[in-house]
Design a protein around this ligand. Structure first.
Ligand code: CDP
Length: 208
């Protein structure tokens, strides 16, 4: 069984995907981390995010340490959003995601194009959203908890810029798959959102 969880920045899709994976006993992949790892590679080299050629070079030998704090820093988030628009970068990362999705027993993946491009055959698809203000508030708190200084207005501006880029790009834009269930978490805390997601997934599985 494949579960695809897509949605914009700080919508809560990561938390929801992890909870679904634990609930159904499935492995989980946060595909945003792959784009972030490429971005971090590029940043450390001093490569130019405006150059598709340099971004492609940064796809080679990406080392992914999910505990690396820098992966979630704002500069890396912005670079990840811009290099993820390059079709070459997307195809360099495609195989890894497909293999993970198609492993025996199933998997949960979260990202922007899981239900549309990576695993259109997924049995359960969720599209998680929340208002930009709610998402900016969550991300500001998350950054503060990690000891990074972040101002709400700046985070909100970043989120809006990223939304626009992620939805407006030609290569695999962020959009809800036709058969994805919509979950708006604006008025939900993490616990309520994960409970709602589990309920939706179970209903979908029961309906076959
Ligand atoms: O957690 P947050 O939503 O802020 O970011 P993320 O999911 O870690 O993704 C970082 C960036 O990678 C996003 O801005 C997207 O542009 C890009 N991304 C993508 O294009 N496709 C995916 N499947 C996952 C992430």
């Amino acid at each position: 069984m494949i579960i695809a969880v897509d949605g914009p920045a700080a919508s809560g899709k990561g938390t929801i995907a992890r909870a679904l994976a634990a609930h159904f006993g499935l492995p989980h992949m946060d595909t945003g981390l792959l784009y972030r790892a490429v971005a971090l590679n590029l940043w450390r080299w001093g490569g130019d995010p405006a150059s598709e050629f340099e971004a492609l070079r940064a796809c080679d030998n990406i080392s992914l340490d999910p505990h690396d704090e820098e992966l979630r820093s704002e500069p890396v988030s912005m670079i990840a959003s811009s290099i993820s628009a390059y079709p070459g970068v997307r195809s360099a990362l495609l195989q890894r995601q497909r293999e993970f999705a198609e492993q025996e027993g199933g998997a949960v993946l979260d990202g922007r194009d899981i239900g549309t491009v990576i695993a259109p055959e997924a049995e359960v698809k969720l599209f998680v959203t929340a208002s930009p203000e709610v998402r900016a508030e969550r991300r500001t708190k998350e950054l503060a908890a990690r000891g990074m200084t972040a101002h709400f207005e700046d985070v909100l501006a970043d989120i809006r810029a990223r939304d626009e880029r992620d939805s407006g790009r030609e290569a695999a834009p962020l959009r809800r798959a036709e058969d994805a269930m919509l979950l708006d978490t604006s008025a939900m805390d993490a616990e309520a959102a994960t409970a709602a997601a589990i309920l939706l997934a179970e209903e979908r599985l029961r309906a076959g």
